[in-house]
Design a protein around this ligand. Structure first.
Ligand SMILES: NC(=O)c1ccc[n+]([C@@H]2O[C@H](COP(=O)([O-])OP(=O)(O)OC[C@H]3O[C@@H](n4cnc5c(N)ncnc54)[C@H](O)[C@@H]3O)[C@@H](O)[C@H]2O)c1
Ligand SMILES: [Fe+2]
Length: 387
């Protein structure tokens, strides 16, 4: 854990939480002086009726001039960001409201910085490559989730390179994040499961990160406790508001933790699975979760004790047993929400594992956060274990 360097805690400038927080959207838009916002969302979220309800609320508040962009696929591609930006410019929009899971929020975040920039989109990838954001940005998650509403990253698929790439900049931190659990009530169980496990990976990886701090670790542990207590309930009983509230808060807490401490090798090894085989972000992470934890287990036994307690182990748990306890809990949760446990389930050819390892070894931005170093051979061995 980092203790001796100056740290800045990054989050959205304003953060609204709690049941029915979505009713505050109109007021927040007015405070940001948005006259002609572009709502960035996706088909599934629109079909769930969320956008109609919000449009009605906005109209009642006198906000009638708005544009909607809903042509986003899960795991957004660069072409989608370009199309969304074109609509923003054509319709002379003056702000972005991203409503959806990580796919819609990451698209909205990218467009918010790209709309005022004439350079090709590829030039925005990497760390702090973007220019100051000219347009206000509000994010409202409908999954629990990615935590993207409070992070400074937008992840896009570069289809030509078969890779997922990140735009990383504090300019992507929204002006306002509204975490309204009611928006997650319509999430189908498969999305609840995959995005819930993603949130758990954020919590665990941020806790173990080399860049974890005294401010991030309590959020990581609280998120683990909440996900352990509520994910299965939200999966089995989608309309249980209490479980949805707990998961929405857990996802936010995990986002605050990883948005500052980073995630590690689970995410680094998951990226190529999304880029090449289009596994969803949550599923890709779930595939790598147990094998990477087995690898990390010996490097930070004390941290595994704290994680084990957050998963419900007795205070007396010994360091030797803690890693195995955490791994067993992760397996149990994934099974309870019907997430497959092996890569072979997805028809990924075993012969391609070495290429995956090469791709993952290039994700140094995340690998450097991981508590135990990994060589190319180690990464390939972990993929084999996951197979
Ligand atoms: N920027 C970040 O910090 C960050 C962090 C983690 C993941 N991500 C990115 O987020 C994306 C994944 O996001 P996700 O897991 O939230 O899924 P998603 O946004 O891809 O959504 C998955 C599916 O669920 C549907 N959906 C979402 N909310 C719904 C609702 N309330 N009711 C009905 N249907 C709903 C969508 O229409 C979509 O079909 C990936 O592209 C990943 O790379 C970003
Ligand atoms: Fe993630």
């Amino acid at each position: 854990m980092r203790t001796s360097t100056v740290q800045i805690f990054k989050t959205a400038r304003r953060l609204l939480t709690g049941a029915h927080a979505s009713h505050e959207l109109a007021r927040e838009m007015q405070q940001l002086n948005m006259q002609r916002p572009l709502i960035v969302t996706d088909r599934g979220v629109s079909e769930a009726g969320i956008i109609d309800t919000i449009k009605e609320q906005l109209q009642q508040a006198g906000i009638t001039e708005l544009e909607i962009f809903a042509a986003i696929n899960a795991e957004p591609e660069m072409a989608v960001v370009k199309a969304c930006r074109q609509l923003f410019v054509e319709k002379s929009c003056d702000g972005i409201v991203a409503i959806g899971g990580g796919s819609a929020m990451d698209t909205g975040k990218a467009v918010a910085v790209y709309a005022g920039d004439d350079r090709p989109l590829v030039e925005l990838f990497g760390e702090e490559q973007v220019r100051p954001r000219r347009y206000p940005l509000i994010c409202m998650p409908t999954t629990a989730g990615t935590g993207s509403e409070v992070t400074n990253i937008s992840i896009l698929a570069d289809t030509a390179a078969q890779l997922k790439k990140g735009i990383v900049s504090n300019e992507l931190l929204p002006d306002v994040a509204i975490v309204a659990p009611e928006l997650t009530l319509s999430c189908p169980p498969s999305v609840t499961a995959a995005s819930g496990i993603d949130a758990l990976v954020h919590a665990v990886e941020s806790y173990l990160s080399n860049f974890a701090t005294a401010l991030t670790q309590p959020y990581s542990l609280a998120a683990v406790r909440k996900i352990k207590a509520s994910l299965v309930r939200a999966y089995e009983d989608p309309e249980c508001m209490l479980a949805r509230e707990e998961m929405a808060t857990a996802s936010l807490m995990a986002g605050l933790a990883f948005g500052n401490a980073g995630v590690g090798a689970v995410h680094a090894l998951a990226y190529p699975l999304g880029g090449r085989y289009h596994l969803s972000h949550g599923l890709s992470n779930a595939m790598m979760f147990v094998p990477v934890m087995r690898w990390n287990q010996s490097s930070c036994p004390e941290q595994f004790v704290e994680l084990a307690k957050a998963f419900g182990a007795p205070d007396s748990i010994q360091t030797m047993a803690a890693g195995d306890f955490v791994i067993a809990q992760i397996k149990e949760l994934c099974e309870a929400v019907n997430i497959p446990s092996t890569l072979r389930t997805f028809d990924i050819p075993e012969s391609e594992l070495p290429e995956l390892a090469v791709a993952a070894s290039g994700v140094t931005r995340l690998l450097r956060n991981n508590p135990r170093e990994l060589s190319l051979n180690d990464i390939e061995a972990i993929y084999r274990e996951a197979y």
